[in-house]
Ligand binder design. Structure first.
Ligand SMILES: C[S@@+](CC[C@H](N)C(=O)[O-])C[C@H]1O[C@@H](n2cnc3c(N)ncnc32)[C@H](O)[C@@H]1O
Length: 369
């Protein structure tokens, strides 16, 4: 079976690297998606462990279509019987980009009608009552190429389940994990996020350091599928539990806002990780750890602080961080002129799409002595 892990543009390499670590060989890496061919045990493992993927899809078929007739006929011609019963409730989601068929709602209803016709013929019945479990079908059209797939996740994979309270501009969990994975962080590396908000980056780092499957605390749409072997998910969960460590880590999150730090403590407890938290304004930043990684997601001037305040904060970051040359710094922001304001060119940049907004991770390597 062909599975496709979708991700934010710019995080494909982190998905591919993680798949390889899980013993899964990617067969194709394209913009915002990495494909692999494997079985349901591997699907369950990928769902529990992938830290930077947004969704996991099971491909049913791909074809080109430029008219509604073509979409209908080719959808109907696919083999839906292995996945859907007459009682399955079929929910169709869709998206279309750079394609002749641009009306997503029309495409969704045509795909649904075609699947229903296919099932009527396959099960020799006139009635598809849809009274049973739900299966989510994804229709994705890009440059007139249609992919029909089953959504294995339900809620997106960034919904780990630990972040129950929100701050005004939180980073998605997948992006938080992506930042950690793009830095030179290892399980025993000290890590500090001095503007940690709801705690996403330190919590994701702690889960990585302790080899905790990020989605172990949630359920997936595919657990309802009647066509997967019994025990698939319980086996994968047991393996994940056995692999976990619960070691004390050198990870600290701080923020100027005491309310944020209260939330961080709640979130870390829910995630099952031990992280140190502190209410502290950036200008009082200090650490006795000799070296490590500073990761942060400061305000951009969009939702928090105005442009003038953001510039002042970025100057303050530079003054504070320059005192720690042995530390790597990794800063994610959507401010285009960040490097001019901060005052040094980054050693490495990675552009990422963040919910329609283009952000860049600027990396400043640690100086060697
Ligand atoms: C974009 S949010 C961080 C969101 C966080 N990454 C998350 O996932 O929830 C920026 C954070 O910077 C904090 N902040 C702003 N100015 C600060 C300062 N001078 N010192 C410390 N924290 C500050 C804000 O309180 C806010 O929580």
């Amino acid at each position: 079976m062909r599975f496709v892990a979708t991700c934010k543009l710019g995080l494909e390499s982190t998905v591919a690297i993680q798949l390889k670590k899980l013993g899964i060989e990617p067969v194709e890496t394209l913009d915002a998606r990495v494909a692999f061919d494997d079985d349901f045990d591997t699907m369950a493992k990928a769902l529990l462990w992938l830290r930077t993927a947004e969704r996991l899809l099971l491909t049913v078929g791909t074809f080109a279509a430029r008219s509604f007739d073509e979409l209908f006929e080719q959808t109907k011609a696919l083999d839906w019987k292995p996945f859907l019963k007459p009682t399955t409730r079929i929910h169709v989601n869709g998206k279309s980009a750079k394609s002749t068929l641009f009306s997503v709602s029309d495409c969704q209803s045509i795909v649904k009608k075609a699947i229903v016709e296919n099932l009527k013929a396959a099960y020799h019945t006139d009635r598809i009552p849809e009274t049973g479990e739900e299966v989510i079908v994804e229709v994705g059209i890009l440059k007139d190429d249609v992919t029909l797939a089953l959504d294995c996740c339900g809620a997106g994979l960034s919904r780990r389940g630990y972040r129950t309270y929100n701050v005004p501009a939180p980073l998605s969990e997948t992006l938080g994990a992506g930042m950690v994975m793009l830095s030179r962080f290892f399980p025993d590396t000290p890590l500090i996020d001095p503007m940690c908000g709801s705690g996403t980056i330190p919590i994701e780092a702690a889960m990585i350091a302790n080899n905790i499957a990020p989605s172990r605390g949630r359920t997936f749409a595919s657990e309802q599928w009647t066509f997967i072997p019994d025990g698939t998910f319980s086996r994968a969960r047991e393996e994940a539990r056995d692999a976990e460590r619960h070691e004390k880590l050198c990870i600290l999150g701080s923020d100027i806002d005491p309310h944020c730090i209260d939330l961080c403590k709640k979130h870390a407890k829910k995630a099952g990780v031990m992280v140190d938290w502190k209410v502290r304004p950036l200008k009082e930043f200090e650490t006795s750890w000799e070296k490590g990684v500073i990761l942060c997601n400061p305000p951009y001037g969009e939702r928090l602080l105005d442009a003038h305040e953001v510039k002042r904060l970025y100057h303050e970051m530079r003054n504070v961080f320059d005192r720690y040359p042995a530390w790597e710094k990794c800063i994610i922001t959507a401010m285009r002129e960040f490097e001019q304001v901060y005052g040094i060119r980054a050693d490495k940049r990675r552009k990422l799409s963040n919910g329609g907004m283009v952000c860049t991770v600027y990396r400043y390597y640690a100086k060697r002595f």
